[in-house]
Structures are given as C-alpha cells and as structure tokens.
Write a protein that binds this ligand. Structure first.
Ligand code: ACO
Length: 435
C-alpha cells in the first residue's frame, strides 16, 4: 500500500513521530501505527475496537452514517432482489458475480457436498434433546475437522476451496439436523434436485412419511434472509474467525469459534431476544404499553434494552432492516396473516422510538434483527433456531474473510496488547503466613 499522507503524534513533551496514512477505495483513511510500540514504547488503547481497522479487506463495505451495505461493491438492495443466495456466496468467495455457466457449476459442486458422514450424524445422539441448538452447532461444526483430514492444509488453496464448499453445503444439513434432533424427528437426507434454500426448508420441515411441498414465496423469503446475513465486514464473530484463523487453526475450528461468538445476545442472539421482547410486550398489553416500556428502556438502572435497535456501525437505518420488513410483509401476506399482532406492535414500537429524543440523539435505529424474528417465526422456525439460521447464512462470509486473511502477505497471528492495571510485582507469602 502506498501512503496517502502522514499523521504526526506529539508525545513526551517535545517529541514528534510521523505515521503514514492510507486511503481505501471508499471509507475512512487509516493511520498505520504498527511502528508505534517499537519507536515510542507505547501501545494504543482501544477497547471494543472503536477506532481500529484490524485488516485490509475487499469483501464488504458498510457506511453506517448513510445506511449503505455493499458486498464486493454491489448494494445489498440489488443483490436481495436480483440474486439468489448461492450467487451471493460465489460473489463473496470469488469477488465477482457468476455468469450462468459458472453458477451452474458452482451449484452442482455445492450440491455434491450436502450430505454429512453417518458417524457425524451419530454425534447428535450424545447431546440432550433439550440442548440449545447453538450448543449442538458449535460442537458439530467443530467436529467436522475430525472428518476431513484430507483438506486441512490451510496453505493449500485447493484445500481451502474444498473446505469452503463443504462448510457452505453442509451447514443447512447440520442446522436442520439440530432442529430435527430437538424435535425427536428423523433426520431428513438432503435432496439435491431442490435449490439450496428449498432443500434446507425440506430438511427442516419435511418428514419421511409425507411429500414436502415447496412454497416458492417462503423459500424466496428464507433465501433473502440468508443473503441479508451473508457478511458484515469485521463484526465480532468474523473477527473471532480471523483471530482463531490467524494462529493457523483449521477452517472448521475457526467457523465453530465464529458460531460461539455469534451466539451472544449483543450479536446473533439479538433476533431471539427481539422477538421475545415483542412477545412479552404483547402479553403485557401490546401497543398500549409501549410508552411504559420505552420509559423502562430509557432508565439506565433497569438494564432493559430495546432489542433489535442500535448498532456499532449503523448510525442510520440498517438497510437490511428495511428489506427484512418488506420480506416480513410478503411472508405474512403469503400465509394470510396480514393482521399479525407482533408486526403491528413492532411497527408501532419502531415509530415511537424513532420519534423519541433518547433514540434520535444516540442515533439508534432498527437493525436487521428487529424484524427477522417475526418473519422467521412466521416461516415456522422456532425462536431457539434463529441464531442457527444466522450462522448458516454467515458461514460464507466467515469463510471468505478467513480465506482473504490466509492469502494476505501481511497476515500475522492476532495478538493484541493491554494496559496493565493489576498489582505490580510482589512476593508469594507461604500459605501459613497469609492473612
Ligand atoms: N436500547 C437502549 N439503549 C441503547 C440501545 C438499545 N438497544 N443500544 C444502545 N443504547 C444506548 C446505550 O445505552 C448508550 O447510551 P449512553 O450513551 O447514554 O451510555 C448509547 O446508546 C450507545 O450505545 P453503546 O452500547 O455504546 O453502543 P455499542 O456500539 O457499543 O453497541 C449494540 C451496539 C451492542 C448493538 C447495542 O446497540 C445493543 O445492545 N443493541 C441491542 C442488541 C441488538 O439488537 N444487537 C444486534 C446488533 S446487529 C447484529 O449483531 C446482527
């Protein structure tokens, strides 16, 4: 990278040090502070990485102030309308949208990997039936590395490619199996004549005793949910995948670490929490109780948050939330549930929050999770599976980011430093003399 300019740090009275700055293709410039410690003996301090670019990336761009999300340069609004999920996977992995022939080959290759090893299927029996499906997912995806020794050389691009195909192809099977296991129903083998997303829905909702009928509107909605969640630059789970991968860990272990991070309620678990919030509010009186609820949210001592609102990067409407709201309406129309009370409640809550100074002054807008719980619930997905659906969709983003990191000549093991504020050196007192 060629320096664009320099930034000067004045420190220790009269000392000065220049650092190069670099420009991306869009977005904020960065100050390259890699030499800081070597030259000054100081670290930077940035808990939560509020001002830190951890890598250079060509995959996804977010402008949080404008509410823009681009995958490889393409606006999410266009991808959601003109492409299906596997085209988006191809785009994220390879940098360009496929032409018809490339898409056909890609779809065929993914289809070839949809089944899982029968021994892996037996692994599920070791879990309690009432285990959270995300707990099962972390375990099963991590266990994939025990099955594919043939593709674990991360320095071999072909190995990385086959692992990518395996993960993208098997995630729907693994997620659907976690659901079937929790229900006590038999696993459904994949049917490769169906599209990626129709196949997933059949494995989730079909049973061997009956023919599964594909509903195109619902499949398209699910596919859109996948597209909207496919990547989101250096979020917590993606950074976890990169950090795990930076040590040379295999891709299955890295993706399992991403799934673990995604599980938290401040990240992928928020859709579950957002729906639960709406259900609770509905039980307490619905729209009439919004005022009281908002009061609680604004009271810091209550520890109540408006789930599905706010985002570290978006200080404007999350573009995915708009698309998700549109999809919610389409699904409810297709299912003849126009008057779904939770949608009405969500829209009323959104309107009131967007007019309230607390949210306006903090630039808190709905994020992708505000509506995704309602739509997933309408699709028949139980709340506990929401984050698994997110993990399924995000797998391609994680792999694309992991692959980019491994191929980056500037890649080093991720090793942050700290501001140590603990005790200074002291001597151990023998136990008999300790107070
Ligand atoms: N409800 C009420 N207040 C909020 C909310 C919320 N949802 N989100 C942020 N705030 C407040 C904070 O209390 C803080 O107020 P203060 O300045 O008076 O202290 C201010 O807004 C700034 O919030 P931070 O927590 O500093 O913002 P941060 O960028 O660290 O957090 C996060 C972002 C974690 C997403 C937060 O907004 C949140 O917890 N939202 C609810 C959970 C959620 O929906 N997560 C999904 C994120 S999208 C995704 O992962 C796909």
């Amino acid at each position: 990278m060629e320096a664009k300019n320099k930034a000067t740090l004045a420190y220790d009275g009269d000392k000065k040090l220049d650092f190069p700055t670099y420009a991306g293709t869009i977005g904020p410039d960065v100050v390259d502070i890699r030499a800081l410690y070597g030259k000054t003996g100081m670290f930077t301090y940035d808990p939560g990485f509020l001002s830190t670019a951890s890598c250079a990336s060509k995959i996804t761009y977010i402008d949080g102030d404008q509410g823009i999300l681009l995958y490889r340069g393409y606006p999410i609004e266009q991808l959601a309308v003109h492409c299906d999920f596997l085209e988006v996977c191809y785009l994220l992995l390879k940098g360009e949208l496929p032409n018809a022939g490339e898409k056909q080959t890609f779809v065929k290759t993914v289809s070839n990997h949809t089944m899982v090893h029968e021994q892996l299927a037996r692994l599920y029996q070791g879990f309690r039936r009432d285990a959270h499906p995300m707990a099962v997912l972390v375990g099963v995806v991590g266990a994939l590395s025990a099955f594919y020794h043939d593709s674990l050389d991360i320095n071999d691009p072909q190995h990385r490619e086959i692992s990518a195909f395996r993960l993208i192809a098997k995630m729907p099977t693994i997620v659907a199996m976690a659901y079937k296991y929790s229900m006590g129903q038999p696993f459904m083998y994949p049917q490769n004549s169906l599209s990626y997303t129709a196949n997933f829905m059949r494995m989730m909702f079909g049973v061997p005793a009956e023919e599964y009928e594909v509903n195109d509107v619902l499949v398209r909605a699910m596919d859109r949910i996948f597209i909207l969640h496919a990547d989101h630059e250096q979020n917590a789970s993606t950074s976890t995948v990169r950090l795990a991968g930076s040590s040379g860990a295999n891709p299955f272990a890295c993706i399992a670490s991403g799934i673990a991070c995604l599980w938290g309620p401040a990240h992928g678990g928020a859709n579950e929490a957002a729906l639960q919030m709406l259900i609770d509010l509905q039980k307490q009186g619905g729209v009439a109780k919004i005022g009281e609820f908002i009061k609680q949210v604004k009271d810091k001592s209550s520890n109540v948050k408006l789930m599905g609102f706010g985002h570290r990067v978006y200080k404007n409407y999350d573009p995915r939330a708009k698309l998700m709201q549109e999809t919610t309406r389409e699904v409810l129309d297709a299912l003849d549930k126009h008057n779904e009370p939770l949608l009405k409640l969500a829209m009323a809550l959104e309107k009131i929050a967007l007019e309230d100074d607390y949210f306006v002054s903090r630039k808190l807008y709905p994020n992708v999770d505000f509506y995704s719980g309602i739509v997933q619930s309408a699709l028949g997905i139980p709340t506990s599976m929401f984050t698994c659906i997110f993990a399924l969709a995000r797998t391609v983003g994680w792999i694309a980011q992991w692959n980019e990191m491994i191929s980056d000549p500037e890649q080093k093991i991720g090793r942050p430093r700290q501001l140590y504020v603990g005790p200074t050196q002291r001597d151990v007192v023998p136990i008999a003399k300790r107070r």
